[in-house]
Design a binder for this molecule. Structure first.
Ligand code: GUN
Length: 295
């Protein structure tokens, strides 16, 4: 058996094309152009690429984007001041601080400072709490993209055993909450899973992952998920983007798992493009909410 590839690039294109129309209609109706402010601190090469991709995607969809580039020596207080200015600026609807931050800046302090109504990453504790309670304001872009990818491919999660490898605040934890909730933005069939979250301390990890109908790998270790860890026919979603000497590699051993899984996302061209598309969706949603429009 060879897995059907889940083409994230194509689905992201579809979402972006729908969104471009919605943005144009919103601008016509309200005279407001949804605007994202992205903050990049320091000189992480990968972050620079991500922020540039996000900026370009905004422009293509008709959103405004402003990138604030700060040096690696920037003090935490300076960053907090910039966030406060953006919080107060009515022309800015979404604020994103690209992670990771340099070591001397406390990430929690910075994320807590973003106005939760402008927090298009959904990293603020208020937004995380709302997700946990099953009444999300925004969804974090990567898990949001994964739920779109599954729903638009016709893959239901209701009643399935979803195993998530990785407990990060950006992917693992929110994905677990979303999958275990009673409902989702793609309907009840895209929620209601039985969820197991695995991490570095999990005993007999392969036995757990082999019981997964849906396996989501978000650990940041190249080719960590091997063929013996996958149930035949399982849906395997690879969130990893690892830069190695042989190029970009996911968290899944693609060549080996391809002959076991039923569905598999490639790297690149799987989850990555969806993350960017969902940031645009969240930014339009933020502008709608701030304009008091839900139409
Ligand atoms: N770094 C890695 N992924 C993300 C993300 O989704 N948002 C932000 N702000 N930083 C990241």
């Amino acid at each position: 058996m060879t897995a059907t590839l889940l083409d994230g690039k194509q689905i992201a294109e579809q979402i972006r094309s729908e969104l471009t129309g919605e943005v144009a209609a919103f601008v016509d109706r309200c005279g407001i152009r949804p605007t994202l402010a992205a903050i990049l601190v320091g000189d992480f090469a990968a972050s620079e690429v991500y922020v540039r991709n996000k900026e370009r995607a905004c422009q293509r969809a008709g959103l405004d984007s402003r990138v604030h580039r700060l040096g690696s020596q920037t003090r935490e207080e300076e960053l907090l001041q910039l966030i406060e200015q953006l919080n107060q600026n009515p022309a800015v609807h979404g604020i994103l601080v690209q992670l990771p931050l340099p070591g001397h800046i406390r990430e929690a302090r910075v994320l807590d400072a973003i106005d939760p109504r402008k927090d298009v990453d959904a990293f603020h504790p208020e937004n995380v709490g709302l997700i946990a309670q099953g009444r999300p304001r925004y969804l974090p872009c990567t898990p949001h993209g994964i739920s779109q990818l599954l729903a638009r491919t016709g893959i239901k999660t209701r009643g399935k055993h979803a195993v998530i490898v990785g407990r990060s605040d950006i992917v693992g934890k929110p994905m677990a909450l979303m999958l275990m909730n009673r409902d989702s933005t793609v309907g009840a069939d895209g929620a209601n899973a039985t969820v197991t979250v695995c991490h570095t301390q999990t005993a007999d990890l392969p036995a757990v992952t082999r019981s997964a109908d849906l396996l989501i790998a978000a650990i940041g270790r190249p080719k960590f998920i091997t063929a013996d860890m996958v149930k035949p026919g399982a849906v395997v979603v690879d969130v990893g983007i690892n830069r190695t000497e042989s190029g970009l590699v996911g968290d899944v051993d693609f060549e080996a798992v391809k002959s076991i899984a039923g569905f598999l996302t490639p790297v690149p061209g799987g989850v990555g493009p969806l993350t960017v598309a969902m940031l645009l969706v969240n930014t339009l949603e933020a502008a709608r909410r701030q304009a008091g429009r839900t139409d």
